[in-house]
Every structure is written in structure tokens, then in C-alpha cells.
Design a protein around this ligand. Sequence first.
Ligand code: NDP
Length: 451
Amino acid sequence: MAVSDHVDFAAFMEGVRTRNPGQTEFIQAVQEVAEDIYEFIDDKEQYHTAQILRRMAEPDRVVSFRVCWEDDTHRIRVQRGWRVQSNNAIGPYKGGIRFHPNVTESILKFLAFEQTFKNSLTGLPMGGAKGGADFDPKGKSDAEVMRFCQSYMTELYRHIGPDTDVPAGDIGVGSREIGYMFGQYKRITNRWEGVLTGKGREYGGSELRPEATGYGAVYFLQDMLNHKNNSIEGKTVVISGSGNVATHAAEQILKQGGKVLTLSDSGGFVHDPEGFTQEKIDWVKDHKIKRRGRMSEYANEFKGATYHEGLRPWGVPCDLAMPCATQNELNEVEAKTLVSNGVIAVSEGANMPTTLEGVHVFHDARIMYGPGKAANAGGVAVSGLEMSQNAERVSWNHERLGTMLTELMKGIHSQCVEYGDQGDGYVDYAKGANIAGFKKVADAMLAYGVV
Ligand code: NDP
């Protein structure tokens, strides 16, 4: 019989900081969750005795490996690759792969930790993981990207499998990279199986997967507004990013009758006061995603738009905001600016784009705030459905998947309301998402005993 070990919040966080020196993003992600969970488990001794939160804040394993490849000038390059398998209590590990020069173990541990809660919220049997490498696909030829992807998979393949760990894309990993990695996995193992999601439609990819994260984040925004008898119709929206999530979020905002004022990339943001039309969004998709161009060129293409180098879009007055680029891209000062400009709701397409201080600003101002782990869960949800289709050797149509995605997002919204309703009409969606995501994983861990 285990002895009760009720450590208070301050001591718990001190332990996390001591065990993970310098891993600021990971510590931030754990703190954001632990603030809510501590309140929830205060009178639930079983979770303290079993040290559930401490176990969840320790990844099941972190695999780190060398990735060597040869560039087009025949120079040998050496990169570092990782796979962080955070928790598989409720299903095989699942989470994206990120290729970006600033990828670190801390960033992947935070993303894998968040993924565990997000995947739990979808209601599908998926655990949490994340992988990546400090490789920059920008400026590389297709042949270089292929050689890198093949080298990365040559190590990764031994750690993954359709019932073990199923990676997907993320920043810097789109359909091109997934194709190269899937090809190499198939070649090494001689098995065609659903080991990656986000695949091309020709070889087992699901309809709606490319759109799912951005569309889902807009459905979540709509669900939050509906809960207050409001809607996206006629509202102005500021969006950051110009990748997969941002462009599909912009597209769905248009479908819901909203007006998108901005998109951005790491160089700066574009403000288009006329609003982004479908034609303009298609141009961005083609230019940024297919031709790998920069947002700075948008203003030359479309009259009336302005480009703001080195700046983020949060100073543009709007009704709704959707950070869809990267972590910590919206700080306390920018959150205060959004609030003073009258923003009524924020839905996060990216993972942890708002700093902890920024989140506190939104909560203090009673703004509807949909955290990434709830709002952007549509992508992994459709990835889960891609796994089911691959396992059954079937493919479902767009309409069927569209209905499933809408229902999944509604389900996530209801769980957030169930655990996050403050009793005075305000819903703390972050608290709701954290508690609902935690409970399912924690109860499964309790059932397994000390493992
Ligand atoms: P993409 O690579 O398609 O696009 C990323 C966008 O963010 C680009 O516009 C990029 O600009 C910008 N960006 C990247 N780093 C920075 C930075 N440091 N500062 C400012 N802008 C930056 O990625 P996704 O759209 O797939 O992912 C965006 C976010 O959504 C990430 O947080 C990801 O984890 C999250 N997410 C993605 C899911 C998916 O299904 N794809 C699922 C759930 C969450 P540039 O071109 O200049 O690099």
C-alpha cells in the first residue's frame, strides 16, 4: 500500500524546475496545466498518492539521435533528431514532427506534454508524443530535404509503428516531407501500414486532414461565441502565420461570414483592410506553401495591403484573434493591446502561442479564450480518423469527415464548459480543457498501478 505523498503546488513546480534545468517552454507548459489540476485534485487523494501529475510531467522516454546527410555541394551535415514519447496511457503515442532550426528538447517535451491532454480531449484512443529536428527546410532543394527525411526515418523507424507511435506533420513538415519519410519507412520495413498521418490522398491520406486544424479552430471559436448567443458573422479577425493552420483558419472564417485582416510569417505581417478573399488566400497558399515564398511579397500583389516588417499583428484592432504561427508569439503587452482594442474571443490554432502572463490578461478581462490544446485538436482528431481508415483499408468522404470533425469540436467544447464553467457565466476554457484532458489519462494510469 503506497503512502500518501501530498506535495503542494510550489514544491511540485520547484521539483519540475530542478529536474529540467533551462527547459523554459516545458516548465511553462507544465505550470499552465498544474495551476488548474492542483485545484481539481485538492480533495482527491488518490491522484496525490499515486503521484499522477509528477508521472505525467516525466515523459515515458526521450529518444535523441544523430541525423547525417549530404547537401547538394557534397558537404556532410550533422543534425540532431528527437522523438519524445510522453504518455501512452489511453492509446498509441501520437503527435507531429517539427523541422525548424530552433527545435530543442524543451520545445518537443512541452509539445508532447500538451499533446497528451489534447488527444485525450478528442475522445479517441491516442497518447501524446512529439518529434523533430533542428533542420531548416527553408532554402533547401527537394533532393536535400529528401535525403534529410530518409536519414531521419532511418533511425526513427525503430521507435514507431501503427500500434506504438504514429507521427504526423507540424511546422516545416508538410505533405512533401511526410511522403519522403513514409517512403523510407516502407522501404526499410517492407510494410505498408498507417505509421504516419497527413499522407497524400494517393497513398492512404485522409480527406480533410490538411484543413482540419484550421477549420477546427474556427469551429471552436464559433462554439464559444454560440455559447454566448453570438457568432463570427460580420466580425473582424486578426490571424498570425501563413502556413497550413493559418490559411485554413482564414478560409473557414470567410465561410462563416467573418473578415480576415492579417496574416504573417517570421519576417513580419500583412494588413489587408479590405479583407482576405478566397482568391487572396489561395495566392498565399500557393506562394507560401507550394512556392515557399515570403509574405513581404503580398503587398506588391494586392493593392491597399501593407507589410509591416519585424512586427506581429496584434496591434490591429479586431473583434476576434487567432494566433496560428508558433509558441509564445503573443505576450502580456500584446494581450493587453488586444483587450483594449475590444477583442471578444481568442482561439489558438498554434500550440501555446500565448505566454502565461498573456493568458492571465485574457482571463482577468473575461475574454473567451480557447487554448490550443482544445481549439486546435481538430487536426489530430482527423489524424486519428486517418488511422482508423488505414486499419480498416477504407476511405471516408469529405462530407462524412466534415460532420465528424464538427461533432468532435462540439464535444471538446462541451467538456471545457463542463469543467471550466465558473458559475457566473464565464467559462475558463483552459481550466476546462486541462481538467477534462487530465481526468481520462489519470484514471487510466490509476488502473495500471505503478508503471
Ligand atoms: P507551417 O510550417 O505550415 O506554418 C508555420 C507558420 O508559422 C509560417 O507562416 C511560419 O513563418 C510561421 N512561424 C514559424 N516560426 C515562427 C516564428 N518563430 N515567429 C513567427 N512566425 C513563425 O506550420 P503549421 O501551420 O502546421 O503549424 C502552425 C502552428 O500550429 C504550430 O504551433 C503547430 O504546432 C500548430 N499545430 C499544427 C497542426 C497541424 O495540423 N499542422 C496541428 C495542431 C497544432 P515562416 O514561413 O517565416 O517560417
